[in-house]
Design a protein around this ligand. Structure first.
Ligand SMILES: [Zn+2]
Length: 433
């Protein structure tokens, strides 16, 4: 998931458009096909006492109930994309197609999807132009069990020679799928199946301060980014003085290296940035408009972070032990497994300082392998200033993950503040002067 603010350069020639041109783009990055018979979970989340508004508190409203609902709708990358799409449409964002001409307007809010598993959303300012634990054998330890008994259905020679999925998939599986979808088994011409835990996301712990859920990595970051974009561009006046374009990009396939059409390895973000500039600026910006825009932009690569586990404290470097409920983790790595630099860390932390939000810093032990994110892929592929950060969590990549409720709200506020104040802070920052 990536949050980006792209600064578009100032026009060299007078623009055909009368309003002032945008001078900046912000982006963040992962949504439903089918909302069939999955277990209903809203009641567990929304009626939870820990989520009831506290009238005596002056604290800003929590987004945790919304996150639980989002997680419970987002069983796969396709569901996560569809749910994000539904929320964006509800919030007034306009759906674009990558195949069509884009006629973007200052103050407009747009999004597109790719492969139904990758989503890029943006709002245009008016004033702009690893762990060493149990390692399963993926071939032998993760075989799904469908049934213990099944009457074999004889297949005739016609089916064997046809393109029918009956040739390659078990009849019982096809029968179950066709019942869920409401079609004939013969109408299923192909499939991409995900096996997932159907237990709903919920709160827990002695003080109901933890979130237990599958897919926290990385839907928690995606939801915080999506909400911060929608809430920071809800009203027309929120974009009226904005010199930047605020953008969220949510990519598929991050856990397997991002090398796919719908992953961060594809030029999706670069293409989106170029098309936004083309649509808004036409030829009026002069030489190197896109390159100058990229140079002025800033990307927040948000993925989850490993929090300190009390039983495995030695897994963390002594002075860099992120804890639950202590804020976003800024990730550093001299080998560039994370894209954070001194400058990008400063700018992102400055936003936290101004808003009194906690942050933590992380480097991996020198004798341990370091994970990576889409940050270095986008930083090197697009050439954009990037900070890598994440919400601290336990049991990353397990069926049931765990993170702190406060960190979700802190992250949402940090991302929203980034969208709202990046241009002002960046204007005061001089590098390469
Ligand atoms: Zn991960």
């Amino acid at each position: 998931m990536a949050l980006l603010r792209l600064h578009l350069p100032r026009p060299l020639l007078s623009s055909r458009r009368s309003p002032a041109l945008p001078s900046a783009l912000s982006a963040s990055a992962t949504s439903c096909l089918w909302r069939g018979r999955l277990p209903a979970s809203r009641l567990l989340c929304s009626s939870h006492p820990a989520l009831a508004p506290d009238a005596s508190s002056a604290a800003p409203p929590s987004i945790v109930a919304g996150l639980l609902d989002y997680l419970n709708e987002s069983w796969t990358q396709f569901h996560a994309t569809a749910e994000a799409k539904r929320q964006l449409l509800d919030a007034g964002f306009k759906l674009l197609s990558e195949s069509d001409d884009w006629d973007l307007q200052p103050g407009g809010r747009y999004f597109f999807t790719r492969n139904m598993s990758c989503l890029v959303a943006f709002a245009i300012g008016e004033n702009t132009v690893n762990t060493d634990g149990f390692k399963p054998n993926l071939e032998t330890h993760l075989v799904p069990l469908l049934a213990t008994k099944h009457e074999d259905t004889p297949t005739n020679s016609d089916e064997k020679s046809s393109n029918s999925t009956k040739v390659t998939h078990h009849p019982l599986l096809l029968q179950i799928l066709s019942e869920e979808i409401g079609c004939d088994p013969d109408e299923i011409i192909g499939m991409e199946l995900n096996v997932c835990d159907t237990q709903p996301s919920c709160l827990g712990g002695g003080n109901n301060e933890f979130i237990y859920s599958g897919r926290l990595d990385n839907l928690a970051s995606c939801y915080c980014a999506l909400r911060s974009l929608m809430d920071s561009s809800k009203m027309a006046e929120q974009l009226s003085n904005e010199k930047a374009i605020r953008m969220v990009a949510m990519f598929d396939n991050e856990e397997v290296g991002s090398d796919s059409m719908q992953g961060a390895g594809a030029p999706t973000m670069f293409q989106a940035m170029r098309r936004i500039i083309d649509s808004l600026m036409h030829q009026s910006m002069g030489e190197g408009a896109l390159e100058r825009a990229i140079h002025s932009s800033f990307l927040v690569s948000a993925d989850m972070a490993h929090a300190l586990h009390p039983n495995y404290a030695e897994k963390h470097e002594e002075c860099h032990r992120p804890e639950l409920q202590k804020g976003l983790v800024i990730k550093h790595n001299a080998n560039q497994r994370y894209a954070t630099s001194a400058v990008t860390a400063f700018l992102f932390k400055e936003i936290a300082r101004i808003h009194n939000l906690p942050v933590q810093e992380f480097v991996v032990r020198n004798d341990m392998g370091c994970g990576s994110t889409i940050g270095p892929i986008l930083a090197s592929g697009v050439g954009i200033r990037t900070v890598d950060c994440g919400i601290p969590q336990l049991s990353m990549h397990s069926v049931r993950e765990m993170c702190g409720k406060e960190d979700v709200d802190t992250t949402y506020r940090h991302f929203k503040a980034f969208f709202e104040m990046f241009s002002d802070i960046d204007r005061k920052l001089n590098v390469d002067f």
